[in-house]
Design a protein around this ligand. Structure first.
Ligand SMILES: Cc1cc2nc3c(=O)[nH]c(=O)nc-3n(C[C@H](O)[C@H](O)[C@H](O)COP(=O)(O)O)c2cc1C
Length: 230
């Protein structure tokens, strides 16, 4: 594959550990070459799909009016989200000091993105055929997992090319309205996310601090056995 720009040449481990949700370090004023998006999508569709279904569909939104309309929908969704008991702010109330500080940064960053959504140069809307709302877990898990790995691959490929991304779902509060803006047939197609894409300001990103692995990983017996080597 001929690259449209110089890659960062990150190791796989570096790419996996430094692909952050980029919001405040997104260059809103620098356009993104269509070829870069294509490259990332070509890599994305190397991801697995259930039964090799390959039923993924991607809408790349660069049109300024459509981005502005999605920005407006997103901002209204963000107001709904901020008042939910699963919001980053509400979750902070259940967390220890270290995580609370991290949550505060996430909220600040997420608010900044919401305020500037219309300025994001490229929005990628991954979609699946059909409505998935009422599906039993076997079908639902398999269907969503037949596009989510590809989108994460897209985000890692973007990182390698100096692009920043953020997985967002907040516009889905008003999915039908977004479908009208994007001329997606709502009854026949499910939007899975809205991935923001733009060049990053600087290319140095760090691994995130996470809750330690052994707090939620069990070996052989659910809820009990931790890694026997620890
Ligand atoms: C399913 C899902 C939905 C998300 N929705 C949003 C969103 O709507 N807006 C946003 O700013 N970030 C959103 N995020 C990004 C998370 O806030 C982010 O992954 C988390 O804070 C960890 O930060 P990191 O990705 O930089 O490690 C979402 C992430 C996932 C996986």
């Amino acid at each position: 594959m001929v690259s449209a720009m110089t890659n960062l040449n990150l190791s796989v481990d570096d790419a996996l550990s430094t692909t952050r949700s980029v919001r405040k370090r997104l260059d809103f004023d620098r356009p993104v070459d269509d070829d870069l998006i294509r490259e990332c999508l070509e890599l994305a569709i190397q991801a697995p799909t259930g039964s090799n279904s390959q039923r993924w569909q991607f809408l790349v939104v660069t049109d300024a009016d459509k981005r502005a309309a999605l920005g407006d929908i997103y901002r209204r969704g963000f107001e709904v989200y901020a008042n939910m008991d699963t919001s980053a702010g509400a979750l902070a109330a259940t967390m220890g000091d270290l995580q609370v500080a991290q949550q505060r940064r996430v909220i600040e960053s997420a608010t900044y993105l919401a305020e500037n959504m219309h300025r994001v140069p490229v929005m990628l809307v991954p979609c699946l055929p059909g409505r998935l709302d009422e599906m039993p877990n076997m079908g639902g898990a398999s269907t969503y997992a037949s596009i989510i790995p590809s989108v994460w691959s897209f985000m890692i490929a973007a990182r390698e090319r100096g692009l920043g991304t953020c997985w967002t779902t907040i516009h889905l509060f008003h999915e039908q309205e977004a479908a009208e803006v994007l001329e997606i047939p709502y009854e026949e197609v499910t939007q899975v996310a809205l991935i923001t894409v733009g060049h990053t300001l600087g290319t140095d990103f760090k691994p995130a601090t996470r809750v330690p692995l052994d707090k939620f990983t069990f070996w052989n017996t659910w809820g009990e056995e931790r890694n026997p080597n620890n």
